[in-house]
Design a protein around this ligand. Structure first.
Ligand code: EPU
Length: 426
């Protein structure tokens, strides 16, 4: 196993190019299962999770070919309807094959993902939604086995909570259902807009893109896709936060500023100068003099889009350890997403957890000290990277396979920004 070593205290300066979004690429890859043919997905990031998803698709009979950032998926012949436990347990997003397989083949057998490091994360909305479309779902031996005799039937569906992958599963399934499906309280994340665009490009009829009510008019057939994955807003946000936390200045390019409204507002409130173009964001401090860099504590509450993203909560908390006063971080999406706090304590952070809230008493810019810490999940890991870059001295982060799930070329990108960071065997 490898660990990440960081010699902290060097300001990050320069430009970083943002990759395609993991959480957009995965549903687009799943959507290719809906119809036979050779599909073309562009700007697909090369990550542990996208590689796992390719393995899952290959297990189902799909043939894949990667040329640079273009992924060709040939879904002409499917040979299995089962997403096995071994693959699902390493990546919950495997559940995204459920909707397309039932819609195309009338059957899908997907291992239940179980809990994970950030919470229980049930898939009851996915199952309820498919049942509303006429599938019969049985839970047996740790699997959900969904069957439909004939095509699915459109229906009205309501989600208690706007689940992102739940919305994606139902969207995909409903494209080939008979009649009209209305999904109320649908999630509105930009990744869902990307999926809608791909499905419409394949011949689906969908209204309400970007709203919480999606209406899908089922069609008899779809054709193969040619679609571009949107830039990763979470990767972009992570680099912006890292640049600010180290007292640096820099620009993230090939990104979508309009997909990060809440983060950019919070950075401005903290005293950071933020400028945007159509596809880039620049952050800088009002003064280049480190003694004058004072970060204001800013509260955040994670919410479904366009609220503050839970996937940027841990990173913002790492930044807030550098503030000169205090703030409160509220996590409302997942019940166990403060695993990074105990690790940040090891670096000298002053954070108290009270239920779903964490009060951060800042130690000022450069106030953390490097330490050995352990990555627990993807975003918690990136918060430790930010803390390590900002801290004085050496930080060693073990279990970095979590980071490799979601950040393409992390070490190279950080090195180009001037970070002193490398991998070592544990
Ligand atoms: N929920 C249920 N029942 C369901 C589905 C969800 O109770 O059937 C609850 C969840 O337990 C959670 C809330 O609803 O409390 C929202 O969960 P959601 O379903 O939206 O999460 P997800 O679709 O499993 C996606 C991202 C996550 C991201 C969340 C929230 C993908 C592949 N994953 O997960 O990304 O945190 O939406 O925005 O799109 C990550 O990239 O690090 C990551 C965890």
């Amino acid at each position: 196993m490898e660990k990440l070593v960081i010699e902290g205290g060097h300001p990050l300066v320069g430009e970083v190019v943002i990759s395609g979004a993991k959480n957009a690429a995965l549903p687009l890859m799943a959507a290719t299962l809906l119809t036979p043919g050779r599909h073309c997905l562009r700007n697909v990031p090369d990550l542990r999770d996208t590689r796992t998803f390719i393995r899952l698709l290959e297990h189902l009979g799909v043939k894949s070919e990667r040329v640079g950032d273009i992924l060709y998926l040939d879904t002409t012949t499917l040979t299995s309807v089962e997403a096995p436990y071994d693959l699902v347990k390493t990546m919950r997003a495997s559940v995204l094959v459920l909707g397309p397989l039932v819609a195309r083949l009338g059957r899908a057998k997907v291992s239940l993902p179980g809990g994970c490091a950030i919470g229980a994360r049930p898939i009851d909305f996915h199952i309820m939604g498919l049942e509303r479309l006429g599938a019969i779902c049985n839970l047996d031996g740790g699997y959900v086995d969904a069957n439909s005799s004939g095509s699915l039937q459109g229906n009205v569906i309501y989600f208690d909570i706007p689940s992102v992958t739940g919305t994606e599963n139902i969207l995909m399934a409903a494209t080939l259902a008979t009649g009209e499906t209305v999904l109320n309280n649908a999630a509105k994340e930009p990744e869902i807009g990307n999926l809608v665009d791909m499905l419409v490009g394949m011949g689906a009829k969908i209204e309400g893109r970007g709203t919480d009510t999606l209406t899908i008019h089922g069609v008899d057939e779809l054709h193969p896709a040619d679609c571009v994955v949107i830039p990763d807003r979470i990767e972009a946000g992570t680099y912006l936060i890292a640049i600010v936390a180290t007292g640096g200045h820099g620009t993230v390019t090939h990104c979508r500023p309009d997909h990060l409204p809440s983060l950019l507002e919070k950075l401005r409130m903290a005293g950071v100068l933020v400028t945007e173009t159509k596809d880039s964001i620049t952050v800088e401090w009002p003064s280049a003099d480190k003694t004058e860099m004072k970060l204001k504590g800013v509260d955040i509450t994670t919410m479904p889009y366009p609220g503050y993203p839970t996937d940027l909560q841990a990173q913002f908390m790492a930044l807030m350890t550098q503030c000169s006063d205090s703030c409160v971080v509220n996590e409302t999406i997942f019940e166990n997403r403060f695993m990074h706090v105990a690790e940040l304590h090891r670096m000298g952070a002053n954070i108290r957890i009270d239920g779903h809230s964490a009060r951060v008493d800042g130690c000022g810019m450069g106030g953390l000290k490097g330490a050995p810490v352990m990555a627990t999940d993807l975003r918690a890991s990136s918060s430790l990277v930010i803390a390590g870059l900002a801290a004085a001295g050496r930080t060693e982060i073990s279990r970095i396979y979590h980071l490799e799930r979601g950040y393409e070329n992390l070490v190279d990108k950080l090195t180009k920004l001037g970070a002193k960071v490398w991998k070592e065997d544990e």
